[in-house]
Design a protein around this ligand. Structure first.
Ligand code: PMT
Length: 405
């Protein structure tokens, strides 16, 4: 399963550290190249020699040790690996990760890597349930880090509760799941739009909306993780494009229209997550509009509907639209799906807490033209994006078998 994959196992100081020997062993049996980095406290629970023997690689503990393989080892290792699993992840390590503290080898690699990170928390139930730990986990989840477990049961401190590290089998299974999605869109070209367009009135003012770009950026990340060559057409946001994704910045709906339409013919998949202004001011003046005490009227003219235009032009592309609704979610979304001729429509009620604009999470339904519907609970935007990518992969498979007769 893991042939050719390079996985870093980060071990921190908890009693569950001994269970990680089995994680390393299972990964190796499934042909992963395994590297191990331990905190100093972890070495109190399990000897580096055990991990060195099981991984067949040197074990990293201290930032200032003699280099074992590369010159600047923490950076080289961070760039070398395809995934990182931190198990057990103590409350202390989760807190360090949440604030980006890099004061030892493992936390430095975690800050330097752009590989997907998994954590398997393990701690006493009171520590796990503490709001500080829950806040840190929420921040990590928001950043796309996958949290595995923890499980409930008997704890080393003698109490029962939530906080036991997940079993080795479950940890390895999460990595299997992840890597089986990695090749899903290999060789495909995808384009995603994100953010809210800005329609200028004068050199300093514009009409805009509350889109942060988070949903579209998460989709670009998930498409890229799944192997698609991904272009992100982004209206202004405060976000950094995901690594490996080509970002084209635009400001207005007309600029977005030009870029998206010109790239459309070469795409396999297009996802329109951007909040595009339906109207723009009829006139954009060159100088700042002065106040003179009188009331003003702004004349608006319609912008082109980019998604509807793509729906008319589409040949073999899989076209995904969004519907941001404040009432009659499903009926309005259904109408948009048919009118814009999309293969899948993601409906979100943007008035719900935890959904829509500028929230780290979303609550969505996927609607399909054949009448199918999948309702999802509240989840991070990256989880929504990964679910969307698996549906896109299925739609591409269906399209291929239709084409092949
Ligand atoms: O960016 P975030 O803060 O993470 O917020 C995410 C989001 C709420 C913006 C996102 O989940 C979402 O719902 N995006 C679509 C917003 C929107 O414009 O919805 P709409 O119902 O007005 O438009 C329907 C579809 O047509 C959308 O795919 C939109 O991109 C597209 N459209 C709309 C108008 C237009 N002129 N051209 C378009 O292509």
């Amino acid at each position: 399963m893991f042939s050719g994959k390079k996985i870093l196992v980060g071990i921190t100081g908890g009693i569950a550290a001994y269970k990680v020997a089995e994680v390393v062993s299972r990964l190796r049996k499934q042909h992963a190249e395994v590297h191990v980095a331990m905190t100093k406290s972890a070495t109190e629970f399990i000897a580096p020699l055990t991990l060195r023997s099981l991984s067949a690689n040197p074990v990293y503990v201290d930032l200032f040790d003699e280099p074992k393989l590369w010159n600047i080892e923490h950076i080289a290792l961070a760039e070398h690996v395809d995934a990182v699993i931190v198990a057990p992840a103590t409350a202390n390590m989760l807190a360090k990760m949440a604030i980006g503290l890099a004061d030892d080898f493992l936390s430095t690699v975690l800050l330097a890597t752009r590989a997907p990170i998994f954590v398997a928390p393990a701690m006493n139930q009171a520590m796990y349930q503490h709001p500080a730990t829950q806040d840190n986990l929420a921040r990590l989840r928001d950043r796309g880090i996958q949290i595995i477990g923890p499980a409930t049961g008997f704890q080393a401190c003698g109490t029962e509760g939530i906080g036991r590290m997940s079993e080795a089998e479950e940890i390895v299974e999460s990595l299997v799941q992840f890597f089986s999605g990695v090749e899903l869109l290999k060789g495909k070209k995808a384009l995603v739009t994100a953010g809210g367009t800005q329609e200028p009135l004068d050199p300093v003012r514009y009409l805009g909306n509350r889109s942060s770009g988070r949903m579209g950026y998460a989709i670009a990340q998930a498409l890229q993780e799944a192997g698609a060559e991904t272009i992100l057409v982004s209206a202004p946001t405060d976000l950094l494009p995901p690594p490996g994704v080509t970002c084209i910045s635009v400001r207005t709906a007309l600029e977005m229209y030009d870029v998206v339409l010109s790239r459309f013919p070469e795409m396999d998949v297009v996802v329109k997550a951007a909040a595009v202004a339906d109207y723009r001011p009829a006139v954009q003046v060159d100088q700042k509009i002065k106040k003179d005490g009188s009331s003003r009227t702004i004349e608006l003219v319609p912008n082109p509907d980019i998604l509807a235009e793509l729906g008319r032009k589409k040949t073999s592309q899989i076209l995904i639209g969004f519907a941001a609704e404040t009432e009659n979610l499903l009926a309005n979304a259904q109408e948009k799906m048919l009118r814009k001729n999309v293969n899948l429509l993601v409906a979100n009620d943007v008035t719900k807490p935890g959904a829509g604009f500028n929230s780290p999470t979303n609550i969505v339904s996927f609607l399909f033209p054949d009448g199918r519907r999948i309702d999802f609970p509240q989840m991070s935007k990256l989880e929504v994006a990964r679910n969307l990518v698996s549906e896109i992969a299925s739609l591409l498979v269906c399209k291929r078998s239709e084409t092949n007769g």
